[in-house]
Design a protein around this ligand. Structure first.
Ligand SMILES: Cc1ncc(COP(=O)(O)O)c(C=O)c1O
Length: 380
């Protein structure tokens, strides 16, 4: 298949990734929890202000760890948006618990605290807030609901590394948070992720769950003289080659964010006149947040217009995907989940949203994307 002229995403080297991989090999440990994993953990904890950070092989893994940490079981419920990636709900369903889908706010596309409050039942154990497009959800409102009902508050911060809410970094806003370093995110290692933990009482258990349910981390710290199976767990940690690559990226987080925010502003400025004429809607920045330039999307009038727009961009060599297909009406969502209240905003937004290319090395190609988008709006 011919490569698009301008792909949706192109992974880039941004710093010393290859040198760190060579160094990891020279150090003689390729399995997990070596020098570079520890360096990444420390850097992620520093950037997010979290109590502890644990590298995982994906955000999916970090979400599954959080579900184990909550001791979710059959009959328990977890409130989350339907407008998210499947991993947010899978983590809950894998424990036998029920994902309860709540609608999103039409301005921020983040879970609507009023819908969450209405969805709470005596079976609710946790809330998972997805920070959509890298903009944190309204965490103070969600924390108040969690406090009132004694619920665990989890951030699905897959897209939000480097973002803030009321001056506090994503990853430090809930009891725990899951990050993604998948190649489509800002900071990448192919596949990759991290769990940050903000409750001191959960840190050691998180280490155990990540190391196949063993107390291996305590053994390496010399706190026990042998390690053994002490809890549920799985193999959630990445090897050192991934960690070494990631460390090279983490070191450049500021520059990556700066570039992406510049792309976000360029798109925004270019399309603001279209939005002013009512041709399209642009993303709105949620109050009291700073984003990380993760994503730029357009909201078209309806699904037919969106599909025609995507096809036009494709004909001009530009890949522009849409997401998310709502989970509440997906086959597995119907089987494992439950919908609380209406899903009008989720259904509406998911039919109209289209994402534009955004990646570290987009550079001058952004001008071509803008020109092609403007061409399309001129001809409709
Ligand atoms: C909101 C959200 N959560 C979780 C994930 C899963 O991330 P990963 O691919 O690192 O497992 C994604 C992936 O795009 C996501 O968008």
């Amino acid at each position: 298949m011919a490569q698009p002229k301008i792909p949706f995403n192109r992974p880039s080297l941004v710093g010393r990734e290859l040198a760190y991989i060579e160094d990891a090999i020279a150090r003689g440990q390729l399995s997990g929890d070596g020098h570079y994993t520890k360096a990444c953990n420390a850097e992620i904890a520093r950037t997010t202000g979290a109590k502890a950070a644990l590298l995982t092989h994906s955000c999916t893994a970090a979400l599954e760890m959080s579900a184990i940490l909550c001791d979710l079981a059959v009959g328990d419920e977890v409130i989350l948006p339907s407008f998210t990636f499947v991993s947010t709900a899978n983590a809950v369903a894998l424990r036998g618990a029920t994902p309860v889908f709540a609608d999103i706010d039409p301005d921020t596309l983040n879970i609507d605290p009023a819908a969450v409050a209405a969805a709470v039942t005596p079976h609710t154990r946790a809330i998972i807030a997805v920070h959509y497009a890298g903009f944190p959800a309204d965490m103070d409102a969600l924390a108040a609901i969690a406090k009132d009902h004694n619920l665990v508050l989890i951030e699905d911060a897959a897209q939000a590394y480097g973002s803030t809410y009321k001056g506090r970094p994503a990853g430090s806003l809930g009891d725990m948070a899951a990050f993604s370093f998948h190649e489509t995110k800002n900071i990448i290692s192919g596949e990759g992720g991290a769990l940050t933990v903000n409750r001191a009482d959960l840190v050691e258990r998180a280490e155990i769950i990540r190391e196949k349910g063993t107390n291996r981390a305590r053994f390496f710290r010399g706190q026990v003289d042998k390690y053994t199976w002490v809890d549920l767990g799985s193999s959630f940690l990445p090897g050192e080659l991934i960690a070494a690559f990631l460390f090279g990226q983490l070191a450049e987080e500021g520059e990556i964010r700066r570039r992406r925010l510049a792309q976000y502003s360029r798109y925004h400025d270019a399309f603001a006149p279209l939005a002013a004429e009512g041709c399209v809607q642009l993303p709105k920045v949620p109050p009291e947040t700073t984003g990380n330039g993760h994503m730029f999307y357009l909201l078209m009038h309806d699904i037919d217009q969106r599909d025609a727009f995507i096809a036009y961009l494709k004909s001009r060599g530009i890949t522009a995907p849409f997401h998310y297909v709502p989970l509440h009406s997906a086959p597995a969502g119907l089987k494992f989940g439950r919908t609380a209240g209406t899903m009008n905003v989720t259904d509406d937004i998911s039919a109209r949203l289209v994402r534009l290319p955004m990646f570290f090395s987009l550079d001058q190609d952004i001008e071509e994307v803008i020109a092609v988008v403007l061409d399309w709006f001129r001809q409709v």
